[in-house]
Design a binder for this molecule. Sequence first.
Ligand code: 4AD
Length: 457
Amino acid sequence: MKHIDVKDIITSKEFIGQSVTVCGWVRTSRNSKSVAFIEVNDGTSLKNVQVVVEKGEGSDYKEPRVGTSIKVTGNVVEGRNNTVEINTTPESITIFGDAPTDYPLQKKGCSLEFLRSIPHLRGRTNTFNAVWRVRSVLAAALHEFFQSNNYVYVNTPLITGSDCEGAGEMFQVTTNGYTTEYKSEEEYYANDFFGKKAGLSVSGQLEGEMAAMAMGKIYTFGPSFRAENSNTPKHLAEFWHIEPEVAFAELDDVIEIAEDMLKFVIGKLLEKCPDEIAFFDAHFEKGLKARLEELISHEFGRVTYTEAIKLLQESGEKFVYPVEWGCDLQTEHERYISEKVFKKAVFVTDYPKEIKSFYMKQNPDGKTVAAVDLLVPGVGEIIGGSEREYDYDKLIAAMKERNMNLDLYSDYLDLRKFGSVPHGGFGLGFERLIMYTTGMANIRDVILFPRTVGSIR
Ligand code: 4AD
């Protein structure tokens, strides 16, 4: 169907004086004696195009309802305040689909909670139009960053036989229905589709490492799945994960890549989505634009876990979760460090080995590992990464300490046998990045169809 995007019509003057066709949904509609006004939006822009309908004598013009999908052909003219609008007649309007009065988006200002109950329609609001576009622009910018720095994009498997994080948060993948006929767990899994226990991957890192040991610099960008029983504003059961992995790299290199990557993609976002950022600044987080501009022009903070614990203990704050060396940092701690102490994004490094994963490089102190988390104001952790343990014996020892089944990781262990190199990488939670760059406070509002504990449709 030949038509012009609303975005192109309203952002360029080249269509003035021409006859064009636009398609879209009616956002508002006003009717008066001789003329009617329809605001049309086709999703390509936050802004609508105004259609002015010259009704003429004795017209039987029927005002289209909010939500109706239409096609309009008319002449582009200059409107007020440097805008353009389309002049048309009732005969040049085609209705594709009416929207009866129970269309849920009749009024402006629906709550986010209400909109979560209609995920199939909420993209037609300004808020979600802006979120989905920011998501798309950030995704493209991430690819651009890695592609222009010699990284190879790899696709790691979603179904896997090994748990990367070892946290027991894997969804099981099975074709075996309920039955009591199996005598043991082994027998049950032996009869399953893959002949052994399988699950949805919590991270593409282990396979990413294997690719990096061939291609040098790789990144993944795909979904990860976590059966965490965390009903919080920042946990999803299915989230999108960006995981670069780099050979011949140490922890400082990993940190530098993470900082460069974030500054690049946020810079691109400010350049490509000024209207969306202004919208979020006005409606969701006052000062968002200034905060993002500040972020890309200053160095991120840096602190070790041990120093962070000291800062928390000496803060005089009352935390729900007690703070002592060895504890996992909770969101309240992470936010205190980034919001109150540093007032910006901050890398926390060198965590106790007991609270981190088996694959992290063991530091010479025997107590900590070369891990890094990036904490940001408002959200908490958005990146988790590390230098990897590349010494075969040390890795085996760490896995045995955790009672891991080494057979499941034989490919991974082979990497340490054949030309092992210092290497590292990190995982960026895509939805958390979108929360941080839009000011949206709930992760359910930055993904089309959120999957969370107890909720799927
Ligand atoms: O810190 P995590 O668990 O690290 C890993 O998965 C490593 N294998 C990454 C690597 O080194 N290649 O997760 C990385 C990031 C977190 O910082 C967070 O942003 C996001 O993934 N994340 C989640 N996002 C939404 N919902 C969840 N349930 C998430 N779990 C982790």
